[in-house]
Design a protein around this ligand. Structure first.
Ligand code: MGP
Length: 205
């Protein structure tokens, strides 16, 4: 048998290119609500990603949000830090809230906004070197919701009290996804979404 060996004695075919680890590990989830079961039971964990290469392999394999919009209304993708369930009830979310971007039902920008949001999360782009504590520690995940009455993208935070942190994350998210200043995002608390009548947003950017 012939093989090309390098100085360490390994054959060329054995050389492994190391994968690039992400700052945090993440989990992709999918939700297709099913009236026959509870919301929680409709939630499907798809896969954990800990490396850049795995992120792209998964992302490229999934139907994009715009594609879902043409086939599966009322579904959601969730992308959350590994170990955090994408629901209000998780310890990491229960005292937090979400920045919400209402996208209307035009599908043309939806995929770009979703991808820019995901890249901001995996690239740890919410944190600056000058921050007293990295703002990425307050982010738990993001969601894209396909709805006939208007699609939505939301950024979920563990923080619901600290206005400075919340607003700065909102501003950085807007810059990251290139939202024009005229497009506004709203922040509300999960505790307020979870029950009772809708209230005005706590913050707007
Ligand atoms: P939604 O998907 O966040 O909003 O919640 P949608 O479909 O745009 O409707 P909206 O008009 O109420 O904004 C829809 C429903 O899913 C909620 O009313 C809950 O019944 C359920 N649900 C959504 N989330 C995010 C949760 C959650 O975190 N926990 C639980 N228990 N139920 C949830």
């Amino acid at each position: 048998m012939t093989s090309t060996a390098n100085n360490s004695g390994e054959s060329a075919g054995d050389q492994i290119t190391p994968k690039s680890p992400l700052e945090f590990s993440w989990t992709f989830w999918y939700l297709k609500p099913d009236k026959r079961t509870s919301w929680e039971n409709s939630l499907i964990k798809l896969i954990d990603v800990a490396f850049v290469e795995d992120f792209w392999a998964t992302f490229n394999h999934l139907a994009t949000p715009a594609k879902l919009a043409s086939t599966r209304s009322n579904s959601d993708y969730f992308f959350f830090k590994k170990g955090i369930r994408p629901m209000w009830e998780d310890k990491a979310n229960e005292h937090g809230g979400r920045w919400l971007l209402t996208c209307g039902n035009q599908d043309n920008k939806l995929d770009d906004l979703w991808l820019e949001t995901l890249l901001g999360m995996i690239g740890d782009c919410f944190s600056n070197d000058t921050d007293p504590q990295p703002l990425s520690r307050f982010i738990t995940g993001c969601v894209v919701s396909i709805r006939n009455r208007g699609h939505k993208i939301a950024l979920w935070l563990s923080e619901g009290q600290n206005a400075t942190v919340i607003r700065e994350i909102g501003r950085r998210w807007k810059a990251m996804i290139n939202l024009p200043p005229t497009v506004r995002i709203q922040f509300d608390l999960h505790a307020e979404n979870a029950g009772g009548p809708a209230r005005p947003a706590l913050y707007e950017e």
